[in-house]
Design a protein around this ligand. Sequence first.
Ligand code: C2O
Ligand code: CU
Length: 455
Amino acid sequence: MIWLVLACTNSGDDVDSQVDEGLDTQDTETVDTAPPERPSFANPQRAEDQNPAEGVFELTLSAAPQSFVVAGQEVQGYAYNGQNPGPLIQVERGDTLTATLENGLDTASTIHWHGASVPFEMDGVPWMMDPVQAGTSKTYSFELNEPITGWYHPHFDTERQVDLGLYGVLLVKDPAWPVAEHELVLLADSWGEAPEEGHHAGFVFQENTWTVNGLESPVLDVQSGDSVVAHILNVSNMGYLSLSAEGMRVIGGEQGLLPAPTSPERLVLGPGDRAIVEFSPSSQEIELLTHPYSVAGEIQVGEPVSILGIHPSGSESAHPGLEWPFAAAAPSPDPGGTAVRYVFQGDEQTGEWRINGEAFPDVTIATLPEGEPAVIEVRNLSATEHPFHLHGMSFEVLSVDGVPPDQRTIEDTVNIGIRQTQRLLIPADNVGDWMAHCHILPHAEGGMMTVLRVE
Ligand code: C2O
Ligand code: CU
């Protein structure tokens, strides 16, 4: 949920306006950028399994209008099972998920399982299939064979319905993974000024206000020496996270563990993107900061804001880090050839966002034969970044502007920088018509979506 963050990060005068609005802008290292009274961190409420059978997780997700409080303001939105965020679905790899959407909205909806490789009929797109009409229901059922930090959201009237609060986490865990003392799930959403119309009308949030699980800058109290693992998901319509924290290690991406952990200076997560990180608090407080970020590539000078505090008590030394079963792997060699080319173009002025000059749904369908791995080349010719998301299959990043990544990188959503070209290897092993689009939802709505067919 975001309105002005893109505009304000592009405006170049956001520092002043933040100061004017009284945003606390203190020393970035000691960090107390949040309001004086910080709420306690809480994970989204976990869904209960309605099916006693081993290996099957069953639940009902009732979508309905709901009012809830976000960052201290009451908002008229939508929710699954009355919760914002929706229920946390946590299963183990190999389990079958059976989820029934009961549509109690006054409009059609669907559920898309972002990051899961599901059969086409279960993908929740209103393409060759009708959406779930108001007052009706649909059951989605599929196996989850890969560990993912995934999420679910409507894929009909998407920008509006996700913005109103329809989203939740789908966590598929590998039983071989170690268990942390604190395992956190952070759904990060951003807020700006309300638009003229819509249910948010009249609500004005501070620019670059982020919430996690609906809480503004919550605090988790831990013991020093505890292990803390966090799944971070950016469910914002268009806001980018640019994260840093003392001692933060990135151990996983959206599709399970990384081949080896990394410690980037900034962890950038665009809309739809996710990561798994590990913290090792000793006696020092840790603040997870998000820094101002410009999708137009401008230098940002604003102050970071804290989206989570981890406050230890006790004097144990830091946890050495859990024993994750990392499997070091180099990137696959580029097989050469290009099966599909996607050129991203468009601009803020017109709001017309295009792939290969076409606007969804009037698109040319690229077709790939099943079972033959293929290279997609994505080139961004616009003046702003785009998080590219593919349904149905994860892909490997072969190269960014000709340079292979440091280690094997498996994604379903990847940020394409300005003027950048990325070569992506897809297995083409899932038959169906798969949406390929920008996950900045106003861009997708503005046409930046196409269809990749595997047959
Ligand atoms: Cu998260 Cu096509 O979507
Ligand atoms: Cu975009």
